[in-house]
Structures are given as structure tokens and as C-alpha cells.
Design a binder for this molecule. Structure first.
Ligand code: MG
Ligand code: MG
Length: 283
């Protein structure tokens, strides 16, 4: 069904380790810098410095028409927000998506959602944003754990949807909205490769999960309706109802010994423990 090159050989999988670690380091640097008063462009510069200091370069800048290192999506923006002079405020929910490519030509891709610390004007809204980030992150880890025991990507999508439906947001009593038109993807020589991972149940089985698969699991969720639109900048994806958005992403490798989360410093060990999954470093 898919080109054999979708599944990487062991030596190619080893090439995926460094860009994953560099992408994680860039997001660590962003995490340390997030505070009221920082602009989203400053976060972009901080991520770029972290990547170039490690001998790699931004792969977002290789996307036609895009010139930044990260996407920063604030509040009702869910994904693909462009860094600007916008100043972050306490209580903002901020999703930062970032990727690095090594000189050897291998790619990493990861996203985290942050709540800007400090005293916010509307504590109940901040609490809801935290709920949304937590359930989105939880659905990502449930999906990653499912990679370890499933045969096809369709099973992973169903697990992500199940997690969302089993954990409605306490503030609304409703499950988070799952973005339908934006998907997870294979990663390797390019940031975006086959196959596709839907973050919801689909009729098809999806691509086979077997050694050599490198896949980005990246649920994108809203605190309300799943309806979104593209802002006038032709990039930013924003909720129609003005509800908050969240986005978490990891690049994950499947190899003969198990799975390894390339963009988590511990390979995902801490988060996967509750699922009984122990990640195994790529040999
Ligand atoms: Mg990404
Ligand atoms: Mg991605």
C-alpha cells in the first residue's frame, strides 16, 4: 500500500535520534522563556538559536512560504500561528510547534502547549485551558502507547478518540473537539512524509505498524466545536466559536525492539509507564 521506503532500515532509524533530541532541546528553551511580556517572535528566535547551536537548522523554514522556526498558536488559535510582535499575557494558552533537520538530512517535529504563568484576569478560563492541554497531551500519550501494541495506524486513531470521549472537559462536560482536517504524518528525510495518522477512528485500517515506521502523533483539540477557519494570514488555524485550542506532538520510531519517542529526552519512559509500555532506545 505504501512505498517500502516509508519503513526505515536500522541505520536510517539511528539518523532520526539527533534531530529528535535537538527539537526537544529547542522546545525546552522555549519552555524556559515563556512568561508574560515575551513576544511570540522572541520565542521563535530562542528556538532557532537552540537548533543552530546544536549544528542543525530549522525545517519549518524549508516549508514553501514559511520563514520562521516555530509556529506559535495563542488562545483560540489551534495550529500554524505565525510568530509576531504579539505580547503574551498571564493565562494565555500557547502551542509551540518546532522542528529541526540535521546536516545528514533527518528531521524531528514536536509541539507542546503551555499556559503562560502569572495572575490571569479570568481564572476559570485558565483552568479550562489547562484541562484542554492535559486531555490533549493525554490523548497523545495514549496514542503513542497504542503504537507499541497495534498492527495498524487506524487503531491508534481510535484510541486517541476514545481517550478524548472518555475524558470530557470538567468545565463543559463535553469532550474536546478533534480537528479533522489536520493529521499526523510520517517523518524522515522530510518533515512530512507518508503515511497519514488520523487522530480519530476511521473506516480504513491505515498503514501497517512495523519496524522502521517513524510517525508524528499530534492531536489538535479545541475546548468547544471542532470547526476551524484559516485566518487572513493564510496560515493560522483558529476556532470558529472562539474556544481555546491545544496541540501536542511527538515524533516516534518503531523498531525491532519496541518504540522510542524521538522528541522526548527519556524516550517517553515516564509518560508511558502508566500504560505498561517501556520505550527501548534505538540500537
Ligand atoms: Mg509539528
Ligand atoms: Mg507534525
Amino acid at each position: 500500500m505504501f512505498r517500502r521506503s516509508v519503513y526505515k532500515k536500522p541505520a536510517q532509524l539511528r539518523g532520526m535520534v539527533a534531530p529528535g533530541e535537538i527539537t526537544a532541546a529547542a522546545l525546552d528553551a522555549v519552555a524556559e522563556a515563556i512568561r508574560p511580556g515575551v513576544t511570540t517572535l522572541e520565542l521563535d528566535r530562542i528556538a532557532e538559536e537552540a537548533i543552530t547551536a546544536r549544528g542543525a537548522h530549522s525545517n519549518f523554514q524549508l516549508v514553501p512560504g514559511y520563514s520562521h522556526t516555530v509556529c506559535v498558536s495563542v488562545n483560540e488559535q489551534v495550529v500554524h500561528g505565525i510568530p509576531t510582535e504579539r505580547v503574551l499575557e498571564a493565562g494565555d494558552i500557547v502551542s509551540v510547534d518546532c522542528g529541526a533537520e540535521t546536516p545528514e538530512g533527518w528531521n524531528g517535529d514536536s509541539a507542546r502547549t503551555f499556559i503562560v504563568p502569572g495572575e490571569a484576569a479570568d481564572p476559570s478560563l485558565v483552568a479550562q485551558r489547562q484541562e484542554l492541554s492535559d486531555v490533549t497531551r493525554g490523548s497523545m500519550w495514549a496514542g503513542i502507547a497504542a503504537l507499541a501494541s497495534s498492527s495498524h495506524l487506524g487503531q491508534v486513531g481510535a484510541v486517541i478518540q476514545d481517550h478524548i470521549e472518555a475524558n470530557p472537559l470538567p468545565s463543559t462536560g463535553q469532550p474536546a473537539g478533534i480537528l479533522r482536517d489536520y493529521v499526523g504524518h510520517g517523518i524522515g528525510r522530510k518533515m512530512h512524509e507518508e503515511p497519514t495518522l488520523f487522530h480519530y477512528a476511521t473506516p480504513g485500517r491505515g498503514a501497517e505498524i512495523k519496524p522502521g515506521l517513524c510517525i508524528c502523533v499530534e492531536p489538535m483539540m479545541t475546548a468547544g466545536s471542532d470547526e476551524v477557519f484559516v485566518e487572513d494570514d493564510d496560515w493560522t488555524i483558529t476556532t470558529v466559536d472562539g474556544s481555546s485550542g491545544a496541540h501536542w506532538e511527538h515524533s516516534v520510531a518503531v523498531h525491532a525492539g519496541g518504540i522510542w519517542v524521538l522528541t522526548a529526552p527519556d524516550g517517553g519512559a515516564e509518560a508511558l509507564a502508566s500504560y505498561g509500555v517501556t520505550p527501548v532506545p534505538i540500537p
